[in-house]
Design a binder for this molecule. Structure first.
Ligand code: FES
Length: 96
């Protein structure tokens, strides 16, 4: 999904997970998580918002926390969580 050296705390990157986008987030505390980037409302691609430290969907102002839990706006369900592992400098994401 990414090179570890390209990540820094409080950032998110979109990567391709099969045919769909995923989002890899390095939280402010340096921990990594990966989730589906497909909004559970109408399938827009979500983004990490460093200013809010949350995941945001700009289509209809949907908000998720860093575990993918839907917090506000129209999204009806959490984002799917993936498994993250680090191998050397590579960050590997697999289905949980
Ligand atoms: Fe994400 Fe509507 S598609 S909030």
């Amino acid at each position: 999904a990414a090179k570890f050296k390209d990540l820094k705390p409080n950032m998110g990157v979109i990567f391709k997970f099969g045919s769909k986008p995923g989002i890899l987030i390095m939280a402010a505390d340096g921990s990594l998580r990966a989730l589906s980037a497909v909004c559970t409302h109408l399938d827009c691609t979500v983004k990490y918002r460093p200013d809010l430290q949350k995941i945001h969907c700009a289509c209809h102002n949907g908000m998720y926390d860093l575990n993918g839990q839907n917090l506000s706006g129209p999204p009806p369900r959490p984002l799917r969580q993936f498994k993250v592992a680090q191998k050397g400098d590579d960050v590997i994401v697999t289905r949980a």
